[in-house]
Design a protein around this ligand. Structure first.
Ligand code: XMP
Length: 295
């Protein structure tokens, strides 16, 4: 069996559960799709090697994901392409490893609800990459042991399994990665801005003691440009939008009432440290009517 590992709590919990049952017959596959957070790949490999004795393969698939995403602006189309490419990578890994029949995934209940996979009556909010965005033809059979759990319940299971704190407490990250936070087409420039700004948000929230009090906090970027001043010169750059929310299971969420001085620090660091950004805005809508991720 192979298990798609993203570094997040859902897939890590599934990996540890399955490893307890079948030991070395499990190989985890971590796909670096080029859409990950800053230093994510290094951190995942380090955490995994330090805490678990599970076979882990890292697949560098940055170029192929970014190539397939080139020019695609529609959010659902981006999700379909990403879900499809993940399965291609897993199928290839299964052929390489041999005798693999199953793919384990960290799908949880809200992924299925939002992808409208729980009933014919549910309406599709977003095709989660691991549910609604999967290709129709798949070589591997899916195993989803936590498919009926909400995130807070997964956290309880993870704690029982002694998963490390940095995995249990890490903010959730969507399967389509930064593509869910880049409005419009994914470009290298928007990826750089989104990734660097997201890292600043995380850092400042941790320093101010707000990271553990929020469900998710990140930066997003689109194609709209706004005027700024750099020295005495006019500049024209990207608008970065910060989103921080409080939630219990992500089905509903409130925007986090972060202190103004923290927002000011984040804004000043983003405009000073990241080239090509002139404005920073804070998202003040809750879910519903908004979703947590913009795409
Ligand atoms: P939204 O943006 O729909 O997200 O309010 C609800 C929660 O789900 C995460 N999310 C995903 N997780 N695959 C995942 O595994 C996905 O395709 C996906 N899309 C959104 C999101 O980060 C939030 O915590």
């Amino acid at each position: 069996m192979i298990c798609g590992l993203s570094g997040g709590i859902d897939s890590a919990t599934v990996a540890v559960l399955i490893h307890r049952a079948i030991q070395d017959r499990l190989t985890c596959i971590y796909v670096d799709n080029g859409l990950m957070r800053k230093r994510e790949t290094e951190e995942i490999v380090r955490t995994f090697k330090k805490h678990f004795k599970i076979n882990l393969e890292v697949v560098d698939a940055k170029d192929r994901f970014l190539e397939r995403l080139r020019g695609i602006a529609d959010p659902e189309e981006k999700r379909k392409v990403i879900g499809d490419e993940f399965i291609r990578v897993f199928d290839e890994a299964a052929t390489r490893i041999r005798d693999v029949d199953f793919l384990a995934q960290g799908t949880i209940y809200p992924d299925r609800v939002e992808s409208a996979a729980t009933s014919d009556l549910a309406s599709r909010i977003k095709s989660h990459h691991n549910v609604g965005a999967l290709p129709e033809e798949m070589l591997l059979r899916l195993i989803e042991p936590i498919r009926d759990l909400y995130k807070d319940e997964v956290r309880a299971v993870a704690k029982k399994l002694n998963l490390p704190e940095n995995v249990v407490k890490r903010h959730p990250f969507p399967g389509p990665g930064l593509a869910a936070r880049i409005i419009g087409a994914v470009t290298l420039d928007k990826l750089r801005i989104c990734r660097d700004a997201g890292a600043i948000v995380e850092e400042e929230l941790k320093t101010a003691g707000f990271y553990d009090k929020t469900w998710q906090a990140f930066a997003m970027v689109g194609d709209d440009l706004a005027t700024g001043v750099l020295g005495d010169e006019r500049s024209f750059g990207h608008i970065v939008i910060i989103r921080a929310v409080e939630s219990v299971e992500a089905m509903t969420a409130d925007f986090a009432k972060l202190p103004y001085d923290l927002l000011e620090k984040i804004s000043s660091r983003i405009t000073n440290e990241i080239s090509g950004v002139t404005w920073v805005a804070y998202a003040i809508s809750s879910k519903p009517p908004s979703t947590i991720e913009p795409c």
